[in-house]
Design a protein around this ligand. Structure first.
Ligand code: DSN
Length: 411
């Protein structure tokens, strides 16, 4: 029994289980995997070394992991309509690294969305490998609309002549027009990489346009809206398949995490079921409703709303910053994350915004009327930030409410 072997680890595990059960999770990049996906992540596949690819391993005894990896590859291609998939990246960052390494050389120029506008670390941030190895230039969102201005992206691309254009974001609440990015990349002769980590589930369900037939590389994580195990994925056109596979191993990784690849295979199958489409639809419905509830309470929403699974609140008219509000909400059991708003006067450790997403609460079975309650408690928390008694009362309601939506119902 773990409890007797390692009490510290056991207690941390128990506390995390309890926290997940007792709280409302609104971090848009988090989700709850199925019990079977969870089981596979803790399965004996973790014991197996399998450097290489199915049929071409550097280790014996790979028959069954070969079957698993082939399944995962086949399902990833079917699910997203791709010509080639590599399911080995340990994370979204490594998926992006692998895509860059496939066709770029150190010093090449990439054009990506500024992290200050909603991009990702691996989209060229100076202190990230992507900003160290490559010369990164950025597009932002427009001040007025807080949306991507594709004419402006084109202007920058024409001027900068990047070798690769990266589209996709970590906190952008609007539809991304992959067609426009494709046209720009064609015009300037750049590779196109679409990072769909956040929206992969929506893309699978056809609720967001797919970049798969347009982009040279499509990268993703498997654990956000896709609701699989924590990990990465790269899709590419057939012509890049060898380059991509070589850039993962021997390029940047050794042994693949076969327990995670097994869980990815299962998650891809789960995502082919009709109820996955209903789930994705409900994520968006919940998100729109939660967003509207905030708007009705005089919160300013970046870009005025949402088309997907997340939105960002600008807190400046509420006299609280993102860091303070995140901590305050945690006191009552609502888990969110502070986030920069476009052109934020605050640094990333403080921020003027809060990022909110609905994939996790939707997985727990919450619907639109539940979103109204959540918004009410979040607003009440802010209004009563100095009133410990009211906060305690809200915390009680939140806990009771969260218990109505068990994470693993019959556990
Ligand atoms: N850390 C992820 C997110 O929260 O959006 C991006 O990788």
């Amino acid at each position: 029994m773990l409890k007797n072997i390692d009490e510290e680890v056991y207690n941390a595990l128990l506390c995390e289980q309890k926290k997940q059960r007792d709280t409302i999770g609104l971090i848009p990049s988090e989700n709850i995997v199925s019990r079977d996906v969870l089981k596979l992540m803790g399965s004996v596949f973790t014991n197996k070394y399998a450097e290489g690819y199915p049929g071409k391993r550097y280790y014996g005894g790979c028959r069954f992991v070969d079957e698993i990896e082939n399944l995962a590859i086949k399902r990833a291609c079917m699910l997203l309509g791709a010509e080639h998939a590599n399911v080995q990246p340990h994370s979204g960052s490594q998926a992006n690294m692998a895509a860059y390494f496939s066709v770029l050389k150190p010093g090449d120029k990439i054009l990506a969305m500024d992290i200050l506008a909603g991009g990702h670390l691996t989209h060229g941030l100076k202190v990230n490998f992507s900003g160290i190895f490559y010369q990164a230039v950025f597009y932002n969102v427009e001040r007025e609309t807080e949306e991507i201005d594709y004419d402006r992206v084109r202007e920058i691309a024409l001027k900068e002549k990047p070798k690769m254009i990266v589209c996709g974001a970590s906190s952008y609440s609007r539809i991304i027009d992959f067609n426009k990015f494709y046209n720009i990349s064609q015009e300037v002769g750049a590779y196109l990489l679409a990072d769909i980590a956040h929206i992969a589930g929506l893309v699978v369900a056809n609720l967001h346009p797919s970049p798969v037939h347009l982009a040279d590389f499509v990268t993703s994580t498997t654990h956000k809206t896709l609701r699989g195990p924590r990990g990465g994925l790269v899709l590419c056109k057939k012509e890049y398949s060898n380059k991509l596979d070589n850039s993962i191993i021997p390029g940047i990784q050794g042994g693949p995490l076969m327990h995670i690849i097994a869980a990815k295979a299962l998650a891809f199958k789960e995502a082919m079921r009709p109820d996955f489409f209903d789930y994705q639809k409900q994520i968006i419905k919940n998100c729109k409703k939660l967003c509207e509830e905030f708007k009705n309470r005089n919160y300013r929403i970046v870009s005025g709303g949402t088309d997907n699974h997340l939105f960002v609140i600008d807190l400046r008219n509420k006299r609280i910053n993102g860091n303070e509000y995140e901590k305050l909400l945690e006191e009552v059991g609502i888990i969110t994350n502070k986030n920069l708003i476009p052109y934020d006067p605050q640094p990333p450790s403080i921020t003027s915004g809060l990022r909110i997403g609905t994939p996790l609460v939707t997985s727990r079975g919450m619907k639109e009327n539940d979103m109204a309650l959540i918004a009410e408690w979040m607003d009440d928390t802010l209004k009563n930030r100095e009133n410990k008694k009211v906060l305690k009362d809200i915390a009680k309601k939140v806990r009771r409410f969260a218990h109505e939506f068990p994470i693993y119902p019959s556990a």
